[in-house]
Design a protein around this ligand. Sequence first.
Ligand code: C5P
Length: 400
Amino acid sequence: MLASKRILLIIGGGIAAYKSLDLIRRLKERGASVTPVLTRAGAEFVTPLSVSALAGETVHTDLFDLTTEAEMGHIQLSRSADLVVVAPATADLMGKMAGGLANDLASTLLMATDTPVLLAPAMNVRMWQHAATQRNITTLKKDGIGFVGPNDGDMACGEFGPGRMAEPLEIVAAVEAALGDGPLKGRRILVTSGPTHEPIDPVRYIANRSSGAQGAAIGRALAALGAEVVFVTGPADVPPPEGVQVIRVESAADMQDAVDAALPVDAAVFAAAVADWRVATASQSKLKKSKGALPDLKLKENPDILAGVAQMKKGRPKLVVGFAAETDDVAANATAKRKRKGCDWIVANDVSPETGIMGGAENAVVLITGDGAEDWPRMTKHDVAKQLADRIAKALGPAL
Ligand code: C5P
């Protein structure tokens, strides 16, 4: 809920501006008030009338509008909100922000504000990938600016790739996380999720079964408690949570790199079903099938990502949580695994086919901590995630 939260929404010039109309509705439904600012380019895509009608407030459109300036100066406007949201955030607006330019109302507000800023970028793939845009993003992140999206997908310009603005509900989730006063506010938590794919050749791979449902639910539950979540996911069946930083990977080696890059974190939850082995030398071309001859696949052990982080000598997360998918002697095997890996907790579950847990909506887990084994009743993966997030919040305590 966003009851009595004040959002200053800057709508930049891009086709995704139409989604910002829905965003206004969604924010208001949750009790927020929305003060809209429409850039000159934004007004080419949505009309000031529709924006102000949906927001129920005057739309601010130009820095040198003397009437507005007399009613509410731009400095006052920039500080009137709990959060400034820019959606769509264009390459131009981000460039101005990174360079410290203030030559129209939107860029001036962004320079003058002392409240947190959340950007929902939207632009053509090539513009997103351009070195200048990427450089600006790095600068803005260093300046403490928050980001949601962009997503991969079909774009209005007919191209495909990163650059699509996050959906309104994803932006709402990021707003809630940014404004949330949950017990994990100020905490950065890493979650790994989904399977990894280990290539045999360009078309074949080795993988574990994993829908990614439990990992996604955990990412969502942690973000709902106010954590900044870095979600590293292999090719899962279910979509990643909204409003978190999503890093997509394929293989265990990619996952290891993404985890290393995400550190340091306050806590790390390893829910991914990482393949134990990879093919030592994956073929660059498709292996041909020939009668009676089997491919000579040499396997190599993958790095144990969880064990690596759990046994870090310096900068170890305060809390490291592993998972154990077992088919028998669940508690005993998981207790041994906790010791072997060096993690603080293990969330163990019985994945025998008759339990219907693998790929299903429910889970029955045993939480192994230093104090012993706790049997949790069978419940939805969503509820397991909520309970686990609550326990993590208790274990970490309030951020300093
Ligand atoms: O050894 P096992 O695969 O049963 O361990 C499961 C736990 O270890 C999970 O938390 C999983 O995410 C993590 N793991 C890992 N890297 C691996 C293998 C498992 O992080 N290579």
